[in-house]
Design a protein around this ligand. Sequence first.
Ligand SMILES: O=C(O)CCC(=O)C(=O)O
Ligand SMILES: [Fe+2]
Length: 261
Amino acid sequence: MADYSWRLPTIVQELAATVQEPPSRYLLPEQNRPGGLLACVEMPEVIPTIDLRRLSANNDVDEADHPESFRDLLHEYSLSCKKVKVAILRAMAKLLKLDEHSLINQFGDKASTYARFNYYPPCPRPDLVLGIRPHCDVGVLTLLLMDKDVGGLQVLRDGTWYSVPPVRDQGLLVNIGASLEIMTNGVFRGPMHRVVTNSEKERISLAIFYAVDSEKDIEPMADLLGENQPARYRKIKGKDFVPGQYEYFSRREGVVDSLKI
Ligand SMILES: O=C(O)CCC(=O)C(=O)O
Ligand SMILES: [Fe+2]
């Protein structure tokens, strides 16, 4: 029988179109949300970020204020993504010649998974306005479902911005976050990326962010260190990392650089 466990929504627009506004009980509290600093200017409102733990935990669905199909679809999608995340982190651990569970074990008991739909309306002056300013994702791993038609994501390499073409056929873009860079002592690097705007077309993406337990320390894994492999990053608590990240955003630097030894 065909295995549909990796099934993704046909297109991100289809998933997004089923709901106007996610119910507030599934959202991350405002003060914890990555908001205005992601964009180039202060945003008029903080961007809603769905906390998938709340979404999965809440089975008391009130259809009146809750489009059930959106919840179910996002939940199903997050379960598929979890398998992808686990498979990738296992493969990465093997590449590092570590126990295959070692990276997954870094998350701690209360790891977080957040979903954010990024909507970029057409912009008459793409030469002046970015959709998201340059940043490195702060978590361990990000799975990005991109708009199937409209590109815009760019990745920085050796001082040049490279455009990532739209991924058709239900492709996912896997982004390494700064937490994983620290844990692997810089073997895997979190790339700087940004989103440019488009004068004619709107664009939607869905990012699922996997982050460690906020009480856990993020630090180079002991098994990767040795006499000739000293720690290249200082440790930082999960909960101090995210606010630090946004402070550095405004200075257009990566928080991970501040932890380099
Ligand atoms: O919309 C995109 O393609 C990228 C979004 C992104 O970088 C983010 O949400 O952190
Ligand atoms: Fe990002």
